[in-house]
Design a protein around this ligand. Structure first.
Ligand SMILES: [Zn+2]
Ligand SMILES: [Zn+2]
Length: 766
């Protein structure tokens, strides 16, 4: 007797070959019924023998398609309708879509084989893809995921592709971006405003240009890259000059894993990250000298080819190591539209390799590393976004706007937290436009109306995201303090809502409850009950607003004003410029200055004392410079950084740096003793606070924890303690993780009406 069941599958199940997989599985077990893409995932109706149904479900759970991520499978018995065959039905549109859009996938081995096979119809076709690989988020324009809702809408299938697309036994069955050289989009090379050569030799000409030392703008999955030969010093220097990116490291793309191993030393975990489906840039210790690629840095960011186009470059003999940097001017978002790219990059690129397939939205390369506490995502973008990162206990739609630096936004729909791609620094006009687009894009994709939203924003009154929030008409607004959001992001990743922890939040800048610039904060509490600030870095004054974040000597002035017996810092070996003097005067006259507990600025002050007296050209540069210097010395002594009541006192720490500098101790050894001093001070404070407040778990987050040496020192100091140390693994420890932490707080602000929602503080903070 026939049985029947209905199955609902949630997770990343559309655009990953799920329906053809189900079709084939049903055929194997001679089952009838149907499968369709619904907005909540995939729905299946099955009829046949009881044994066949059971085996189907077991195999579905055990061996789903490689690109799929199943979050949930519900199986329920249903009545037998008497289907004669198994069919793939038209996608159904329901109320609110909550299906997960797949992140973009790297080209699969089978497509790669076809790409390089002269007998294959898609031989050397840069847009080859199948249900197991290819673009997703960067081509989707709406849900459900069908060809009409992608940027491939404009290219009707020719008979060859049509046949594959409709053949359930084919790897390209319902592969929405499927195309071939006969029917699909093409690439062409453009120089001085006109197309050069034929379509067939666009790639070989590009490779020749790279060998000559030219800079080529190349259209990728989520935007344009600027590429040049990483071993050609002149090309790298030219790229730096033309891109106005004076010192910020460039990422490189290497031909294969072997070359990656030559360029950087990779732990086994780092290799796994490098090879993972996200294909991120992996930061790792460099082994070879690539002049100008990552100045003053002992690490370099490496990635593997991930599109068919990239593989074609290397198959055509491109230099083994290519600089592949986002085509934007410093700190602006990646350029993704052709016209815009040609306009903006014409002074930078010697040629443009332009592909016709439009990019639905800009998505930068992701950056990850293997840190002392495991995997760290430093920039969560292509390959990860817009994946759901966690499930929150709520049914209400929530939109968290994040922080203004390294912005991301998080949309929560039916409890699933979708974190956007990296957007950038919102004080740049381009980034702000990208921010608005991303918000609208996510709301549109998940059909959430702003009027239903709980909106979450940072407490900073001058943030661009705050002004944006004030202009939206929403159901309610929740304000969450920056450093509490950092701590909550760690707990949200783990779904720990009630766990009482010590939260340690160290970064450069965040608006505090008292209006001061915080950044060296200790909290006790939980996401559910809120976090109480129980300690912080001793406060210092900061002169001159924003400029203090760019000029370490300016940041140093307020910290040094509290150190007794200061020598003349304009003299050797310090050589502070007049800027320091002006900053000190501003502080004395109490003009344009504010209080800060920022650990990032303390690192800046130390870097200034060690010789970083110029302007920093990117965020965190001085601290990275100091860490790099410290790495060149052996671990030895540590400078004192004592806990005085509830404050970590930086005065003995800086006094020791100054004294050793005057004594002409090597800057490397001083930097090392400073770094270890910070770690020992933190270790001491953390163990004392955990004891005092009776907690056994510490959640650490904030940009300062991108400092690998600091984490290494902390890990060895905590090795003998029973405390559990939790760090971010899914969202960045930097401000890219803020939106997730904000969203988590908002959930509990909703369930507890007693909270003061519109005050400039986190819910339940007192
Ligand atoms: Zn493929
Ligand atoms: Zn075709």
């Amino acid at each position: 007797m026939a049985s029947a069941c209905s199955i609902r599958v949630r997770g990343v199940v559309q655009g990953v070959g799920f329906r053809p997989f189900v079709y084939r599985l049903a055929s194997v077990h001679t089952l009838t019924g149907w499968v369709l893409n619904a907005e909540e995932g995939v729905e299946i109706h099955l009829e046949g023998s009881k044994q066949g149904l059971d085996e189907f479900v077991r195999e579905l759970k055990a061996k789903p398609p490689s690109a799929a991520t199943i979050a949930q499978i519900d199986v329920a018995p249903t009545h037998v309708a008497g289907f004669r065959e198994f069919t793939i039905r038209q996608s159904r549109k329901q109320q609110r879509p909550t299906v997960r859009v797949s992140p973009d996938l790297p080209v699969c081995d089978e497509c790669l084989r076809e790409l390089l096979d002269p007998a294959d119809p898609r031989y050397r076709y840069p847009y080859i893809n199948c249900t197991n690989c290819g673009p997703r988020y960067t081509v989707v324009t709406g849900l459900p995921y069908d060809r009409r809702n992608t940027t491939m809408r404009a290219w009707p299938l020719d008979p060859y592709c049509h046949k594959e697309y409709h053949d359930p036994g084919n790897r390209r069955f319902h592969a929405q971006p499927v195309a071939c050289p006969e029917c699909g989009p093409r690439f062409f090379l453009q120089q001085n405003g006109s197309i050069v050569g034929s379509e067939a030799d666009a790639i070989t000409r590009t490779v020749a240009l790279l060998h000559e030392g030219s800079i080529v703008a190349i259209k990728g999955l989520g935007g344009y890259h600027l590429a040049c030969d990483a071993r050609n010093r002149r090309a790298v220097v030219a790229l730096r000059e033309r891109k106005f990116r004076k010192e910020k490291p460039f990422a490189v793309m290497v031909r294969d894993q072997d070359i990656a191993r030559q360029v950087v030393s990779l732990s086994s975990e780092a290799e796994q990250i490098l090879l993972s489906a996200a294909r991120p840039i992996v930061l790792a210790p460099s082994k070879t000298d690539l002049p100008g690629v990552a100045p003053d840095n002992d690490e370099v960011g490496v990635m593997l080819p991930y599109t068919p186009l990239h593989h074609l470059f290397f198959a055509s003999g491109a230099p083994e190591v290519l600089v592949m940097t986002s085509a934007n001017r410093s700190s602006e978002p990646i350029t993704y539209e052709d016209k815009h790219a040609v306009e903006r990059l014409s002074g930078i690129a010697d040629a443009f390799l332009i592909g016709e397939r439009p990019i639905a939205r800009r998505v930068d390369d992701s950056v990850a590393t293997d840190g002392p506490y495991g995997r760290v995502i430093l920039r969560r973008s292509r390959g990860y976004a817009p994946g759901a990162v966690t499930t929150l206990p709520t049914r209400d739609p929530i939109l968290a706007l994040g922080s203004d630096l390294k912005n991301t936004v998080t949309l929560v729909v039916n409890g699933q937290a979708f974190v956007s791609q990296h957007i950038g620094d919102l004080d740049h006009y381009e980034a702000f436009v990208a921010f608005e687009q991303t918000v609208q894009d996510l709301l549109h994709m998940y059909e959430v109306s702003a009027a239903d939203l709980t909106l979450v924003r940072d407490a900073h009154p001058q943030f661009a995201s705050t002004r944006y929030a004030e202009g939206l008409i929403v159901a309610r607004t929740v304000v969450v303090q920056h450093h509490r959001a950092h701590v909550a992001s760690v707990l949200a990743e783990r779904g720990e809502w009630t766990k009482r922890v010590l939260g340690v939040s160290l970064d450069g800048t965040g608006y505090g409850d008292d209006g001061a610039i915080w950044g060296g904060e200790f909290f006790v509490g939980s996401v559910q009950r809120g976090f109480e600030r129980i300690g912080h870095l001793r406060s210092a004054m900061l002169a001159g607003g924003d400029a203090a974040t760019r000029w370490p000597i300016q940041a140093a002035a307020g910290f040094l004003a509290q150190v007794n017996g200061l020598p003349d810092l304009t003299d050797a070996p310090f050589h502070f410029s007049k800027r320091y003097h002006y900053a000190s005067q501003m502080l004395k006259q109490k003009v344009r200055s504010c209080a800060t507990t920022s650990m990032g600025r303390l690192f800046d002050a130390a870097a200034a004392l060690l010789g970083f007296v110029r302007e920093a050209t990117f965020e965190g540069q001085a601290a990275m410079w100091l860490e790099h210097m410290a790495r060149r010395a052996a671990k030895g002594d540590s400078y004192p950084f004592p806990l005085d009541g509830d404050k970590l006192d930086f005065r003995p720490l800086l006094a020791a740096v100054i004294a050793d500098r005057q004594r002409r101790r090597s800057p490397e050894q001083i930097a090392r003793a400073f770094q270890l001093g910070i770690a020992c001070g933190l270790h001491c404070a953390i163990t004392r606070f955990c004891d005092q407040f009776n907690v056994d778990t510490v959640a650490i987050s904030g940009g300062v924890f991108q400092n690998r040496l600091l984490l290494e020192d902390l890990k060895s100091l905590f090795a003998r303690d029973a405390l559990a140390i939790w760090t971010n693994h899914v969202v960045p420890p930097n401000d890219g993780g803020i939106s997730l932490g904000q969203a988590a707080f908002a959930v509990f602000a909703l369930v507890n009406n007693a909270m003061h929602l519109n005050k400039a503080r986190a819910p339940m903070s007192r």
